[in-house]
Design a protein around this ligand. Structure first.
Ligand code: GLY
Length: 393
């Protein structure tokens, strides 16, 4: 049986443009100086130095997004073998090792995003022992956030914060691959157990009956009882935040791959089918899936790029057949639209994808480039170019 022909994308040209941008941005934010771009651009196409927060000075390695930048350097290295990308990625790794050793800004579940891309990636690609050590240390810090009896990893804040204790968010699914990797490395069952239990709690509670998802969910920290879903970045508690639904597609798929749990694969498909059924004409989601063409609301291209990666992951998991063809065709269509309509125009742009939304509710990073949108767009291109290509997750 032959696969249906695919949407035509000039993938080599798209990748070449991203590689040029990564080269330029390495010069603008020299990795050896330990400086990082901010979460989002501030003029649509250029990143300022990272803002100061939680005691980390301007430009420093704080928050949840800094690893998307070395994540792009490692994809660039995988695709080209060019030493300049490896040198940059290793300089960033040194700073991530310093961050975890100094215990700087580690009170977050985002250790998975941070250390998978900045430390597991060089370990997988080069066997780098510093990467392995830093990533295992981060995985151990992440395990400190696993709460009994709920069996969930707390997303935000300190463990003593009553507002945050017992709360997790759908994005956390993307942080679990760090624990699955730690299990592979150490054989310690506690890592695999946390992945299974946390992913199951999200499958059961964060997906609603109509296949939409809550952004965040609260458990009683004492009894472990599931309490209620809320949002922080969606349009409403009962709406469907587009990026959350995209994290669900990709996150449930990756956790199915790690655990073999068929119900997680089903969860990924439920998220995917709903996402795809609620796209506008040009296939790039508005920031919340309650919005449609004519709403006047901004799109969130980052949710589109994440969904594309999740759909390619689903196609790979399924293997040849109708389901894989369906996932691939949907991913190709979204990717083609991102390439055609959502790339920067200035020749010295730092971002590779325009019009992400960080948080529309507080008007933060709206219609800007974002580090995570850039990373997942590049990952999507690498996956489209070679279906055997594997990310660090
Ligand atoms: N993980 C945070 C966000 O998606 O905005």
């Amino acid at each position: 049986m032959t696969s249906p022909s695919r949407v035509s994308i000039d993938i080599d040209a798209a990748i070449a443009t991203v590689l040029d941008t990564v080269r330029r941005t390495i010069i603008a934010f020299p990795p050896a100086e330990g400086v990082f771009p901010d979460d989002t651009t501030n003029d649509g196409e250029h990143y300022p130095l990272r803002h100061a927060e939680n005691g980390i000075p301007v430009g420093g390695n704080g928050g949840w997004t800094t690893s998307f930048w070395p994540g792009m350097e490692w994809i660039a290295y995988q695709l080209t073998g060019d030493e300049e990308f490896k040198t940059a990625g290793l300089a960033h790794l040194a700073d991530f090792a310093r961050r975890v050793d100094a215990e700087e800004d580690l009170e977050t579940h985002d250790l998975g995003f941070l250390y998978t891309l900045a430390a597991v990636a060089p370990y997988r690609l080069l066997g780098d022992e510093e990467g392995r050590r830093a990533a295992l240390s981060a995985a151990n810090h992440l395990m400190n956030r696993f709460l009994e009896p709920a069996g969930i990893i707390q997303a935000w804040g300190t463990l003593s914060d009553p507002e945050q204790r017992g709360r997790t968010i759908i994005d956390s699914l993307m942080n679990l691959p760090l624990l699955s990797w730690a299990y592979e490395q150490t054989g310690e069952e506690r890592f695999a157990d946390a992945v299974r239990r946390h992913a199951t709690q999200l499958r059961v509670n964060i997906i609603r009956e109509d296949d939409t998802t809550f952004h965040t969910f609260h458990w009683d920290p004492v009894t472990g009882d599931a309490l209620r879903g809320t949002t922080a970045q969606g349009a409403a508690d009962d709406s469907c935040w587009a990026r959350g639904q995209a994290w669900g597609i990709y996150g449930f798929a990756l956790n199915h791959r790690a655990t073999g749990d068929a119900e997680l694969l089903d969860a990924a498909w439920r998220c995917a089918d709903y996402f795809l059924a609620h796209l506008p004409e040009d296939k790039v989601a508005y920031w919340d899936l309650v919005f449609t063409d004519g709403s006047g609301e901004p799109r969130d291209t980052s949710s589109a790029a994440i969904a594309v990666c999740g759909l390619y992951e689903l196609a790979d998991i399924e293997g040849p057949g109708e389901r894989a063809d369906r996932a691939t065709a949907a991913a190709d269509e979204i990717l083609a639209s991102l390439i055609e309509k959502y790339r920067p125009v200035s020749p010295d742009a730092h971002t590779v994808l325009t019009q992400s939304v960080y948080n529309k509710r507080n008007d933060h990073g709206v219609e800007e480039g974002s580090l995570w949108g850039d990373y997942f767009f590049f990952e999507a291109l690498a996956r489209h170019a070679d279906s055997a290509w594997r990310p660090a997750w």
